[in-house]
Design a protein around this ligand. Structure first.
Ligand code: HGY
Ligand code: MN
Ligand code: MN
Length: 431
């Protein structure tokens, strides 16, 4: 696919070099690559602030510098690459996402948004185009929240929802502190973490769901992000011999954990909480021996809901259920720890329309949809007009899995829409 820039009075469109974009996605995906034992598929395991993440960061910084960007790193390790505009004092237009991954990722989640924005810059350079406003590419730290327990961490601190101090004190499963790990990999930057509001923020991301494929669209305009609630539940029971201990004398933490999992599915199926989604992604019991009644169980509870009222009601129901467990097994004790909580976030209609118009200029049909997944865009939406471009995923849009996949054509279409949108926004005067 070649880069064409048809400059007209009103519409300028930017088509992306699909091969170059694909090559950069595949090169970054080599860092942290692993072979999934069950399927033989090659996935990506690049948790934030690991050595693999550090290597991916260094590659991104090199690519940004080779593209002539002014690179800065903030106090959370988020990476920014700035391309100046003809009016450098105007607030920039920002595009980005994240390059940290879950432990069982594909090549696209987050990386498409960051490397796609880089592809836009490369195409503008090839076409010799200077935008009015500066352009900034952002790669936010710890979007996944898998290692340090709360998602969108870097962008949440940048936008002011979470504090730098809170973030630095988070620890991973081995007790390693976020602030120490950031320093260890050499990405504890000097740039002040609180982000100057950009003129607008646009993030391109693989949909991670089945909607675009089901509806027959390669590209979607995202209207907002649903509410997210993460809790860690710890259940304390009493260890006992599996053979000699009568049922009525047991305080079985494993049984209680199973009851929680079933209760969450009952809440979803009840219809009382709208389009609630509930997931217990992690469940573990200890001592984890076949002949010992578990005295401890750990669960993570991930609730999602497009409606804040339904989310609140679901959280209250779950809290009441957890509180009732000791009545069924006297002596049981339940602790919960809030890991993440974000309300539903609507995106700016003006930026949604800029995306729709850009796609129309490119002759790319789109539909509007809400995001089921959380994204850095939901944090930046608190300080700047923000929206997202979705790219169709294959295989029912599976994600957070090595099977995650989009085609070179769909990726290039999404990033061409991103680039054309950025061109439009970069020409806007201050209100
Ligand atoms: O959890 C999410 O939805 C995102 O992938 N961090
Ligand atoms: Mn993501
Ligand atoms: Mn993700």
């Amino acid at each position: 696919m070649t880069e064409t820039l048809s400059a007209g009075s009103r519409t300028r469109t930017l088509a992306i070099d699909a091969d170059r974009l694909w090559a950069s996605l595949m090169e970054l995906a080599q860092i942290g690559a692993y072979t999934d034992a069950a399927t033989g598929l090659v996935g990506v395991d690049r948790l934030s602030l690991t050595d693999d993440d550090a290597e991916g960061r260094r590659l991104l910084v090199r690519w940004m510098e080779e593209a002539g960007l002014e690179v800065t790193i903030d106090e959370m390790g988020s990476i920014f690459g700035r391309r100046d505009g003809s009016e450098p004092d105007l607030a920039p237009v920002m595009a980005g996402s994240h390059i940290d991954s879950v432990a069982t990722a594909g090549a696209f989640d987050g990386c498409l948004g960051v490397l796609g924005a880089l592809g836009v810059v490369r195409s503008l350079d090839d076409a010799g185009v200077t935008t009015r406003r500066p352009l900034v590419i952002a790669a936010f730290t710890e979007e996944e929240g898998v290692r340090f327990g709360t998602d969108m961490l870097g962008s949440a601190v940048a936008a002011g929802r979470l504090s730098l101090e809170y973030a630095y004190e988070l620890v991973d499963a081995r007790g390693l502190r976020f602030g120490d790990e950031l320093a260890r990999i050499g990405f504890r930057g000097e740039r002040a973490v609180r982000l100057e509001p950009p003129h607008a923020y646009v993030e391109c991301h693989i949909e991670q769901g089945p909607v675009l494929a089901q509806q027959g669209y390669a590209v979607g305009v995202v209207t907002g992000v649903q509410a997210i609630s993460w809790q860690r539940v710890t259940i304390h029971g009493r260890a006992a011999h599996a053979g000699t201990t009568p049922t009525e004398l047991r305080v079985d933490a494993g049984l209680a954990a199973a009851q929680v999992i079933v209760r969450i599915r009952e809440m979803v199926d009840s219809g009382h909480y709208g389009r609630l989604r509930g997931t217990v992604g992690h469940v573990s019991t200890s001592p984890g021996l076949p002949s010992v009644v578990p005295d401890r169980a750990e669960l993570t509870v991930d609730l999602r809901n497009p409606d804040d009222g339904h989310m609140a009601a679901a959280e209250a129901d779950l809290a009441a259920f957890l509180a009732s467990l000791p009545e069924q097994q006297p002596g049981l004790r339940v602790e919960t720890r809030r890991m993440a909580k974000t309300a539903r976030v609507p995106f700016a209609a003006s930026v949604q329309d800029a995306i729709s118009d850009a796609a129309a200029d490119l002759g790319i049909p789109t539909m509007r949809l809400m995001s089921g997944a959380g994204h850095d865009a939901q944090e930046i939406a608190a300080i700047a007009p923000t929206a997202m471009v979705f790219v169709r995923g294959q295989y029912d849009g599976i994600s957070h899995n090595p099977r995650e996949f989009s085609t070179p054509e769909d990726c290039a279409a999404g990033i061409s829409v991103l680039g054309t949108t950025l061109l439009r926004l970069a020409e806007e005067a201050d209100a």
